[in-house]
Design a protein around this ligand. Structure first.
Ligand code: DLL
Length: 434
């Protein structure tokens, strides 16, 4: 089922007129309604009358996370506060958090794009959905909630946490769909086993809609095998709407991005210029219809590639690759760029390791950076002879070193040593910043 066949399947040439019209309007709208943007555009030397076509987009300046922080809390809002009906906050690691606000129409838009997400993942009206994303200030829970209401699903709003209760609710109510972070879906598998269930047999979930953090194909395989379910990827960020920017269809060949409302560009991190179709770069998004906080050319820091090829599912929207990492999640160790996903990829190719790991970067005074990788391994291996452990450690070390091109330390740890998360997993501890 396609939720909005007209918009999702429109020929790109026809849609371009709508996108151009919307861009024209939104640029004039923020110029008139948001003093922060008026100043920014004036300083950049661009006038709204120069923006008439979607191809004029590169004439506009980028908006960054710093703009969000500098205008904290409400400086980027384009409407008086009374028109904002809901506020969310995205936790940041440094400085002010990012505040986002929705008007009534923005919530309608959110419901619409989230209904598209649910249909892309294969939901049918009448299905039960267990929403185990957090509801409080994080956008995950309520975003799914609005979409599920719009689509006519039966909602079980468990929010994140209380994992045993999540499992009990699943076994008693038998929801078909689970929505949570991929790391939480894996953790729920461990909890189910702990209480004596066989997730493959006793699990009711057939479809998972997982996102909010990077996860690899290997993690997908792991979740699908654990729960005997289809695991699909949903992408979004608070600044743009929350979840509901892009979602995989059943072909799992990239995430359909709703470009009638969120217009994408993929640019080179070095030059800021567009990269070629299929090449990796930073995703930049312009919100074409939002009212509360419309954003022009917002730099997401997320690394993706994009394809404009029509999908077999019939939708004409471009598709982004799974997120390869974040420009600022990337750690630089002795000058080399390291994405946690590269290490995850190696670890998941090694049978004895579990999909739980953490990277610890440190630098002692006067010495070089050190990257230590903590990896959980199977109980059986741990109880094995010390020699077996050493050999496995060496094997992992060699493979990671040949992928990254730098020396690393590997420490094998027992199952459940690394702290589990009900939301986004914390993969990197950078002690150099402490
Ligand atoms: O994480 C919104 C969301 C909620 C998306 C539920 C999907 C599901 P923020 O907390 O603002 O919003 O974090 C946004 O999370 O810029 C990405 O770096 C990362 N992210 C989100 N979805 C994915 C994904 C929500 N599917 C930031 N794969 C984004 C990889 C993701 N990273």
């Amino acid at each position: 089922m396609i939720w909005n066949e007209k918009m999702e399947c429109m020929e790109p040439a026809e849609l371009k007129n709508i996108q151009s019209e919307r861009l024209r309007e939104i640029v004039r709208y923020v110029y008139e309604n948001c003093p922060y943007y008026k100043k920014k555009l004036d300083e950049y030397g661009v006038s709204p009358i120069e923006i008439n076509d979607i191809n004029d987009l590169p004439k506009l300046p980028f908006t960054t996370k710093d703009d969000m922080r500098d205008s904290y809390p409400f400086g980027l809002f384009s409407v008086p506060l009374q028109e904002i009906k809901e506020i969310h906050v995205s936790s940041g690691t440094t400085g002010n958090p990012t505040v986002v606000g929705y008007t009534r129409d923005d919530i309608k838009l959110w419901s619409e794009v989230m209904a598209r997400v649910l249909c892309l993942a294969g939901a049918q009206p009448g299905d039960k959905i267990q929403i185990a994303y957090g509801y409080g200030l994080f956008t995950g829970g309520l975003g799914f909630h609005y979409g599920a209401l719009e689509m006519g699903l039966t909602i079980i709003p468990t929010s994140a946490g209380q994992s045993k209760r999540q499992i009990k609710i699943m076994t008693d109510f038998k929801p078909r769909i689970l929505a949570c972070t991929p790391s939480y879906a894996l953790y729920l598998g461990e909890v189910a086993k702990e209480i004596g269930l066989d997730p493959r047999k006793d699990g009711s979930w057939e479809i998972g809609i997982f996102g909010a953090e990077p996860w690899s194909e290997s993690i997908r395989n792991e979740i699908e095998a654990t729960w005997d379910m289809l695991a699909t990827d949903v992408y979004g960020l608070s600044e743009i709407i929350g979840p509901g920017v892009a979602q995989e269809c059943l072909y799992k060949n990239g995430l359909h991005l709703f470009w009638d409302v969120f217009y994408p560009e993929v640019i080179s991190l070095e030059t800021g210029k567009p990269v070629k179709e299929g090449e990796k770069g930073e995703l930049v998004i312009t919100t074409l219809t939002k009212q509360g906080i419309p954003l022009l050319r917002y730099r997401t820091r997320d690394i993706v590639s994009i394809t404009y090829e029509k999908c077999r599912c019939g939708r004409t929207s471009p598709r982004i690759s799974k997120i390869a990492g974040r420009a600022d999640d990337m750690i630089i160790v002795r000058g080399i760029n390291v994405f946690p996903s590269q290490i995850e990829h190696v670890l998941l190719g090694i049978e004895e390791t579990l999909p739980h790991y953490q990277l610890v970067v440190d630098r002692k005074a006067g010495e070089l950076d050190e990257l230590e990788i903590l990896v959980e391994v199977d109980e059986k291996i741990f109880s094995d002879k010390v020699k077996g452990l050493k050999m496995l450690e060496e094997k992992i070390k060699k493979e990671i070193e040949s992928t990254l091109g730098i020396f690393v330390k590997v420490r094998l740890v027992e199952p459940k040593t690394i702290q589990r998360s009900e939301g986004k997993a914390k993969r990197v501890i950078d002690k150099r910043q402490l």
